[in-house]
Design a binder for this molecule. Structure first.
Ligand code: PAF
Length: 279
């Protein structure tokens, strides 16, 4: 596996690489969810590039940029095992050289939920994803449904900017007890970790009501909210929102119903979602 650290070297590599090329953008601290995307890219593409870049512009000043896990040697070993062809591991100065002054602000699906809770987050995501797509020029780019709103934002970005890439979405990969895999799960204390599957239980409770025929948005949100309400380790519910999976607007019966949840356990935020009509 090649390790590539500059955009210029990535461009040279891509120019000579057999197509189709698949790009899996990550911030590292890889887990089985990321590897499932690498596997999907491996199945579909002749060249698989995985980017590892903890993108500072998508973190607010009070967020966990400094302590975000960066186990680069372990990540590279996992990518070698999963037979990626190249790891693109630029540093912040490569991606944001002095004088960098361009930001891509997506509206629409980027505005509610995480967009409202974390102002500037999706502008950081959209800007770095656009830069990665321009640098790697992949035929396909792979994202996880775990970050369902990010998927909607990236789809809108590539549509609005006519970026010629297919966005492929992999299912959320869960621990055996239902907790969605996330690089931030390492922040959970043992008690918080034990309580965290309540989020998935809440999502499943709402899905059961949906499958049984319930279509009232408030009732479906309440079914999930009830499962979270009594959990002592959940110190705040940021939102439980049934939204259209493409627009992130409140679900009104058309479009795919995505139930999105964000809760806090102390300083750690957990986000998860479920497409109620099936993943
Ligand atoms: O999902 C992530 O890990 C990040 O938001 C992404 C897409 C790699 C952009 O930094």
């Amino acid at each position: 596996m090649r390790r590539i650290e500059t955009v210029a070297a990535l461009r040279r590599y891509i120019a000579a690489a057999p197509r189709p090329i698949g790009l899996v953008p990550t911030m590292g601290a890889l887990h089985a969810g990321h590897i499932s995307l690498v596997d999907a890219a491996r199945d579909d593409c002749r060249t698989v590039v995985v980017s590892i870049f903890v993108n500072p512009t998508q973190f607010a000043a009070d967020e966990d940029l400094a302590q975000y896990p960066r186990p680069i040697d372990r990540d590279l070993a996992m990518l070698r095992d999963s037979v990626a062809d190249a790891a693109f591991t630029p540093d912040a100065a490569e991606m944001y050289p002095p004088g960098f002054a361009t930001t891509i602000a997506v509206g629409g699906p980027a505005l509610p939920l995480e967009g409202a809770m974390r102002p500037g987050h999706f502008a950081g995501v959209a800007t770095v994803v656009a830069k990665l797509l321009l640098a790697a020029a992949p035929d396909r780019a792979y994202f996880g449904q775990k970050d369902g709103q990010q998927v909607a934002v990236v789809r809108r970005l590539v549509r609005d900017l006519h970026i010629p890439v297919d966005i492929v979405v992999g299912p959320t990969v869960r621990e055996p007890d239902g907790l969605a895999m996330s690089s931030r799960n390492v922040y959970l204390s043992p008690d918080q970790r034990a309580a965290a599957p309540a989020v998935h239980r809440g999502l499943l409770a709402a899905r059961r009501r949906y499958v049984a025929g319930e279509r009232d948005r408030a009732a479906l949100e309440a079914a999930c909210g009830q499962a979270l309400a009594g959990v002592r380790e959940i110190t705040r519910i940021d939102y439980v929102a049934l939204v259209d999976a493409d627009t992130m607007a409140p679900w009104e019966g058309a479009g795919r119903p995505m139930l999105a949840v964000a809760v806090r356990m102390g300083a750690t935020r957990l986000i998860d979602n479920l497409l109620l009509d099936g993943d």
